[in-house]
Design a protein around this ligand. Structure first.
Ligand code: BTN
Length: 239
């Protein structure tokens, strides 16, 4: 992958989308500072300048169709979790793609896909924020960083390279069963009874995460024996 470091940009995802036609597949835009980092659901992603990894990978011509797009979430999530494990930190994936360590969020990702008229994925911009050195999170109650977990200092360019090597190593598994299994095995709260809020019916219940379906839906079995399947934004975890 070809990494381009930017001193300051509004958002690496926005910049990658603006330059999408010109950027070859495999380009990574990494920012030392984002002035308007974007998160899921229209939220802002705050990251102290120079402290963390904030970057977007541009992938094109993946030869996958829209229904397989969740697999890019799986791949990216497993890659981040594996990278953190290589640094001695056990990470869980909070469906669909937040990465948690010990119940605190260490990484978020924002995947923005461009589809062709035939439903094929023309390009994906995979934006990732991994907290590396930040110690205070005034806007967030429940966040952590690699440094808070290990007490060590890191060199950001080397950490980005280590992550990208992990990601590239997993890429051939994009459509494989192994990848789904690796993703499911790392799911936060898998096999553990916990409370969920079904946003479709506005009901809370106790259930157990069983895994993900081939189409990316989360499967929760309620303790009273119902099988519930959710798309993004249809269920929330009661933490
Ligand atoms: C989330 O958990 O809400 C997703 C956060 C995604 C943040 C990353 S930082 C690099 C890239 N550029 C952005 O503007 N957002 C993503």
């Amino acid at each position: 992958m070809n990494v381009v470091w930017l001193d300051t940009v509004d958002s690496t995802n926005s910049e990658a989308l603006r330059r999408l036609a010109q950027l070859p597949s495999g380009t990574v835009l990494a920012a030392r500072e984002q002035t308007a980092g974007r998160g899921q659901r229209g939220n802002t992603w705050f990251s102290e300048p120079g402290k963390n990894l904030t970057f977007s990978m541009v992938l094109k011509d993946l030869a996958i169709s829209a229904p397989d797009a969740p697999r890019l979430n799986y791949l990216t999530s497993v890659a981040v979790a594996s990278y953190l494990e290589s640094r001695g930190v056990k990470a869980d994936i909070k469906w669909p793609n937040d990465i948690y360590v010990g119940g605190r969020k260490i990484c978020g990702m924002l995947l923005e896909n461009t589809l062709g008229p035939d439903g094929r994925l023309l390009a994906s911009v995979i934006g990732i924020g991994i907290n590396i050195h930040q110690k205070d999170f005034p806007q967030l109650a429940n966040a952590t960083s690699l440094c808070l977990c290990t007490g060590k200092e890191y060199e950001l360019t080397a950490e980005l390279k280590a992550f990208l090597d992990t990601f590239e190593g997993l890429l051939p598994q994009l459509l494989s069963e192994e990848l789904s299994a690796a993703y499911s095995a790392r799911l936060f709260r898998k096999d553990v009874p916990a409370r969920y809020h079904d946003l479709l019916t506005d009901c809370e219940y106790q259930g157990v995460i069983e895994g993900v379906e081939p189409d990316g839906r989360l499967h929760i079995r309620s303790l009273d024996g119902r099988d519930c399947y959710y798309r993004f934004k249809e269920v929330s975890y009661i933490l």
